[in-house]
Design a protein around this ligand. Structure first.
Ligand SMILES: Nc1nc2c(ncn2[C@@H]2O[C@H](COP(=O)(O)OP(=O)(O)OP(=O)(O)O)[C@@H](O)[C@H]2O)c(=O)[nH]1
Ligand SMILES: [Mg+2]
Length: 417
């Protein structure tokens, strides 16, 4: 039968085959081990043989020490991707929350589209943080620290003056007494787009810790926006707590009156201002925003931010970057440049959006009945309003002038706290 005999013992055909199979397996394993040692593969993400060869411990220790240059910041091939990144301001203590956000963001979108991440912090990132982030994505991550100009007081605002106002406001609203929240809002309003890791980008998509992405995003929203001439994209539009922005509209009006030449002929000013000439507290929730950064780098935006910054309102009140970005977008853009990403199911603690349209919802794992957006007055206002002419904007501001006279007088007479 062709089966060899080993000194008196006659193996059966089955034992012979088994021996051959084991020999083949051993050879295969040895070859793989040799390849992984020589080529340096087999550790880090998706290492297939680490467990077999006892490589798990070394691999875990090496995570995050791998060279980060897996996707470059080089301009993408024309038409393929935009020169954009996912930008996150985050604290070391928020590692878990950011890993959670990134896991979903990767699974829903970025695993395929491979945009780099820019992570910014007012303190140096710890090694634990870097390792934890590097382990959750194969895309490039750049870590940056803010200097004291970017993370600091507005011109003319002293630490003592800010502290006095924080004391006054601490029980009045969320983060009323938080100094770091003020630094954060000022940075997000007027600084982040000039950070060395962001200033060469044309587009950004903002991400935060502890947010959720519910729907597969099977196209590139950046490219969609670019191709349609869109400048600002949002998902949720709530109302701001008026106590946090008591004089924001007053100062905005002053800026409008003094800078009419910077305003376009038509804008969506209508969305943030009623026919009474006042701010209606509508804003795009900026924890999610996709923006053509030419908006924030424009002469008009720079002038608006500097004007606001000089008033001290980021510290004496609690102006959020959301109302600041939103008022600017509404004043400087028209409706065809602003887009509601209804198809992107999203949640930031407090509010969620889940598309109810059947075709959109089929790619989502959320409950559309829980969606805040379909109950939001600002959201339905966005759907209804159309562009407003600049002269109409100025007319409405002029008509409501007298209502601001006492505020103007009290602000003019107010010494810094
Ligand atoms: N590095 C750093 N990042 C901060 C600081 N404060 C806030 N951030 C980040 O700035 C973004 C906005 O801050 P949040 O605390 O989320 O503010 P919020 O979204 O208005 O409110 P909640 O999410 O309800 O707390 C998040 O990405 C935070 O991680 C800070 O002091 N240092
Ligand atoms: Mg947040």
């Amino acid at each position: 039968m062709g089966v060899s005999s080993f000194g008196g013992f006659k193996p059966t055909a089955r034992i012979y085959k088994l021996t051959l199979l084991m020999a083949a397996l051993a050879t295969l394993c040895f070859t793989m081990w040799l390849a992984s040692s020589l080529l340096g593969v087999g550790y880090g993400h998706g290492m297939p043989f680490a467990g077999i060869f006892g490589g798990t411990r070394e691999a875990t220790l090496e995570l995050g020490r791998m060279p980060p240059a897996r996707v470059s910041f080089d301009p993408p091939a024309p038409g393929e991707r935009v020169n954009g990144a996912i930008v996150v301001l985050v604290r070391n203590s928020e590692l878990h929350g950011l890993r959670s956000s990134m896991r979903m963001f990767e699974d829903r979108f970025n695993r395929r589209y491979k945009y780099p991440y820019v992570l910014l912090n007012d303190e140096p990132f710890t090694e634990e943080f870097r390792d934890g982030i590097a382990a959750i994505t194969t895309n490039e991550v750049r870590f940056g620290v803010l200097n004291s100009t970017m993370w600091g007081y507005s011109p003319g605002v002293t630490a003592a003056a800010a502290q006095a106002k924080l004391e006054e406001n601490k029980g009045r609203y969320l983060y009323g007494g938080s100094l770091s929240y003020r630094f954060m809002c000022r940075f997000q309003s007027g600084m982040f787009f000039n950070h060395p890791l962001v200033r060469d980008l044309d587009w950004y998509w903002r991400l935060e810790p502890d947010v959720k992405y519910f729907c597969d995003i099977d196209y590139d929203p950046f490219v969609y926006m670019r191709d349609k001439g869109l400048k600002y994209g949002f998902t949720i539009a709530p109302r701001e707590n008026g106590k946090t922005v008591e004089t924001l509209w007053f100062h905005t009006r002053e800026w409008i009156k003094a800078n009419q030449q910077l305003l376009p002929d038509r804008s969506l000013a209508n969305w943030v201002m009623g026919t009474d000439g006042h701010y209606n507290m509508c804003h795009f929730w900026s924890n999610f925003e996709i923006v053509d950064l030419s908006l924030y780098r424009s002469e008009a935006y720079a002038s608006y931010f500097e004007h606001l910054d000089r008033t001290g309102g980021f510290f004496y009140e609690r102006w959020g970057d959301a109302p600041v970005h939103s008022i600017a977008a509404a004043l400087l853009l028209n409706k065809s440049q602003i887009h509601w990403f209804e198809d992107i199911g999203y949640e930031h603690p407090g509010n969620m959006h889940c598309p109810r349209d059947e075709a959109m919802h089929s790619r989502c794992i959320c409950d559309a009945d829980r969606s805040y957006t379909y109950r939001s007055a600002c959201q339905s206002r966005f759907a209804k309003v159309s562009n407003m002419r600049r002269d109409r904007l100025l007319e409405l501001i002029g008509q409501s002038e007298y209502e601001y006279t006492s505020l103007a007088a009290s602000l003019a007479g107010a010494a810094p706290p």
